[in-house]
Design a protein around this ligand. Sequence first.
Ligand code: AQP
Length: 332
Amino acid sequence: MTRIFSGIKPTGHLTLGNHLGAVRQWVDVDQHKSDAVFCVVDLHALTVEHDPARVRRLSRQAATLLLAAGLDPALCTLFVQSHVDEHTRLSYLLECTASDGEMRRMIQYKEKSARERATGGSVRLSLLTYPVLMAADILAYSADEVPVGDDQAQHVELTRDLAVRFNQRYGHTFTVPKAVLPSVAARVMDLQDPTSKMGKSHAETGGIVYLLDEPDVVRRKIMRAVTDSGSEVVYDRETRPGVTNLLEILAACVGGAPAELAEGYSSYGALKRDTADAVLELLRPVRERHTELCADPGYVDAVLRAGAERARALARPTVDAAYAAIGLMPPA
Ligand code: AQP
């Protein structure tokens, strides 16, 4: 059976981008057809300025939201990254496999380090090395496929490179995984700046739909989405990024091809109204289930405990094999 691994990092409240680009695929497809392993990658949240209590709170919220969105612990494994030591154990070996040049080429590193520097902050070394930890997350589970949004595709490419290099140098140890991108909404853009990705940690929140936003807030954000000059509803990411983003969101919610949906609209207003309705309909059951789960924290804890136990059992043999292959003496 195909093994799938994917994760989400608790750097902010989960967004519509996370949901359409990743989580929905995990819920609707991946957990049914594969041995699926999903992780709240809390160590990745420490790569930028963070508030410890907030990371703890957001980790729990992310796990609760993933269950609310429909991950079923009877079908998949869900756990928190820092509960399974194998990730950091393996990460160091992969740091000894990667080069600093390839880390500096990562687009997320370039963008996020520039943002940190622009606000006078210092750039944590872990921001540079975090794609290696992500590679460890994936390789420890011998994942065949990694369902991700478009923004993470480069990190999965790096993971492939590291797996191949390690296998060539030290003997076959890792499965070489491939990224699987959704057919629509692989990159949901910020509603106020449709040339940049909707990201959960961005400071400007007016263009970001959070899964737990109140319905009237969701509607307002979509109705105020920046559209393009001209009034025709045309699907073209280059010349009409705002309208194209709305069409992709609508298509991801109701099905169909964004370019074909465009033909049914003669005004931006109608497109925004229908997009808002479709998003609200998509998020309603997630919000309702989230409220129920918040009333039962013991259930979420039990799921995460069992998930970590299974994850540990899956990862340990591969990580032990990597330690042996690279030349480390086993404990007596
Ligand atoms: N805007 C997006 N459109 C489509 N997919 C997206 N994903 C994230 N944003 C979009 C996908 O969601 C999954 C989990 O992402 P992550 O939490 O691991 O990190 P990220 O990609 O860095 O997400 P954010 O929301 O942008 O976080 P910050 O602001 O902290 O960097 C991934 O599969 C991702 O592709």
